[in-house]
Design a protein around this ligand. Sequence first.
Ligand code: GSH
Length: 212
Amino acid sequence: MTTLPILYSFRRCPFAMRARLALYISGITYELREVLLTEKPDEMLVLSSKGTVPVLQLPNGRVIDESLDIMAWALSQNDPERWLEPDPISQNGLINRCDNQFKIHLDRYKYASRYEDCDPLEARDLGERFIAQLEQQLGTGCLFGDGPCQADFAIAPFVRQFALADWDWFFATKHRYTQRWLTTFTNSEAFNAVMDKYDPWKPGDAPIIMNA
Ligand SMILES: N[C@@H](CCC(=O)N[C@@H](CS)C(=O)NCC(=O)O)C(=O)O
């Protein structure tokens, strides 16, 4: 039994970022355990054998090992910025397109050498189709209106990775609204609050308490 929720996380993982963002915005106090993907702690693997981050262990023993489920749990506790207000079916539809389609092209673009016969520029073109969809929605400032919601914070970490692969190219495209949206995200208090660097956790370390 723990007294606070414990999050196993990897700083640069976009799935873990969205979980940390939701925990931050909901104001939930939790213990952060930074993980190396090459050296996952047994304590995490015992909770979730699939070996992906993020993993959240609740004080009642429940384990949540999918990033969207962690977001949903955090926002069900407290949703002060009304991230859940825009239509959930539309939000989830766009997030699923990000996770199930865009992420595949993003990986093939960014890590082309890991795949056989992979043309990174072809992958970039395919990924850009998703950016074009975002661009159509971002005329209002955010994906579902003029204020950010769950979809903005769930998707922006992946668009950031896409842009980071070639920042100059991304900011030279015609996707002006998406560029502005990404810049707003990377400058946001929430994003910067969840990107501090920590050493990988090991048993016996003093706990790192977030949102204390
Ligand atoms: N569907 C999972 C995906 C999580 C995921 O794939 N995380 C990556 C890091 S970005 C991971 O842990 N990969 C395992 C590894 O690289 O060993 C979620 O949404 O939480």
